[in-house]
Design a protein around this ligand. Sequence first.
Ligand code: ME8
Length: 656
Amino acid sequence: MSQQKYYITTPIYYPSGKWHLGTCYTTVICDALARFKRMQGYDVFYLTGTDEHGQKIDDVAKSVGVPVKEYIDKVVKELRELWGLLDISYDKFIRTTDDYHEKAVQKIFEKLYAQGDIYKDEYEGYYCKPCESFWTKSQLVDGKCPDCGREVSLMKEESYFFRLSKYQDRLIKLIEENPEFLQPKSRQNEMLNNFLRPGLQDISVSRTSFDWGVKVPFDPKHVVYVWIDALTNYITALGYGSDDTTLFEKYWPADLHMMGKEIVRFHSIIWPAILMALDIPLPKKVYGHGWLLLSGDKISKSKGNAVDPVILSERYGVDAVRYYLLREIPFGQDGSYSNRAFISRINSDLANDFGNLVSRSTAMCSQYFGGIVPERGEIEEVDKSLIDVCNGAYEKVAKAMDSLLVPEALEEIWKIIIRANKYIDETTPWLLAKDESKRARLQSVIYNLIEAIRMANVLVSPFLTKSYVEVFKKIGVTDEYLEGFGSLEFGTMRSGAKVEKGEALFKRIDIEKDVKELEAIAEKAEAEKNKKAEKKEDEKAENTVTFEEITIDDFAKINLRVGKVASAEKVEKADKLLKLGVDLGEGRIRTVVSGIAKWYAPDEMVGKEIILVANLKPCKLRGIMSEGMILCASDEDGNLAIVSPSKPMKAGSEVR
Ligand code: ME8
């Protein structure tokens, strides 16, 4: 029988900023699924990549003042490094700026135009730049983008349109009659009720207001709408539209398109419609998972509340990050990230359950049998339930993985680990060791423990890609067969393997201490980010210094006077402010609050002559009514100097 294929894809990522833990979610899930399928004997093709065109990316690159491709290359490199760090076993990484992809997109566009599925018209509607989505007025929520809640802009331009409306009935039928096509089920109702049943409109599929995209070949002032460009990656990556379509013939249709819920609309409506128009079979499944939230919000590049997967991996190991993502978030639903929950998971499941089982068992094997896995003896009643859990696990794990219930699959594996830990307490090997007549029983118990670890570890290997290698080393498994699913029959491991004690697999973490440290790291990163943003703003302001002209009459409105500082003191709880008493020769002392405390001590100020904007409308600063403003000079190096007359002048002298 020929090997069954399995084609799995993540969305292609926008290289528009810093990568965060939410970014890793789709990719880590798909990686575990891909690895699991490979171990089941499937010929897997796992695709990921980057979505590099569109106005959003163009704008981001412009905002940092770097040519767009140069900017993208850097961010894409960082993404690939992140995938390397997280052990993502993709088979292909597609970039939509790859030449073969661009050519194939043009071919697809031309074909759809030639057959009448794309036509030219004028577009008027609302555009959300962050989502690269078009909306009609009635679709907006409070005048904002219904997906992300941000501002939209009204656009009117000549555009090509895709006849999406033509496919409405077929799409409704597709979702209604093939419940497996779109999962989880809640997304089916969402698509049917919110988009399909109310009626589909044709969509604009080209833009003329910017040029960072694939050019429409027969009308190059248009670039192809980024979502059309992006969605087709799933087939162009396999060679569709090129001279070599071997991979396309082998792997298409996709077995699973995995993505976050916010982009299900594109994958379950627009994408199948394009495929229908191209007369290509549809993907078997589209799955929209939930979001990783931080303080109730989706972790995102733009919200600036990113959790850094690199820092977490460096501190706690890649497997801790993978395990957390795979285990903690109920699949299909949203899940909240917190440093505390993250560390608790590592401590309970990895350090206590798995790590302890391995270290206790290998330590006992070393102590009682010189590190050589002993013979398996008679099976006693207490062994049976451990053996049953081990033997029954694969089927349950595989079923959960087939249903994309990844946390449940891990839960099933942990049943072996938890059962084996309990088995140690039940069999009390340390007591058996004291009694020479129980030597054979002790051998059995230790064998059973090592074998249970091996079986759990085989199942764990698609999920914890670093630790499983360590565990096999520790329990002396060197035979590849014993590492595969084919060996999941209790008792397959032979005696005689050499066990290594070594270091703990996962260190227990002091939650309070580490939560504080992680918070400090996040605060520092946020402060640095703000500082950078401020600097950028300052630079922008400097570069765009334009002197708006005023008339002499405008200037005459400003009443500048020489003042003498009569008193000065710091303003409580305001590091920057001094409260000054200023004599303008008016027969009273004015109170002036000034932000000069960083440069002048109160004592220094007393007796100084200053220039005051005397007719500035009084305003309250830190609860103190300030009656005027002192003139100062400042430069970009952060220096500040008070402006004074070059020789002593009477208080109240006019400055002109
Ligand atoms: O949408 N929790 O790219 P993208 C869970 N280029 N998943 C998250 C997440 C979070 N906090 N933040 C992001 C795009 N993701 C398009 C796709 S495909 C033809 C084009 C997930 O970089 C998100 O849901 O915004 C999506 O699955 C993936 O990261 C890429 O998002």
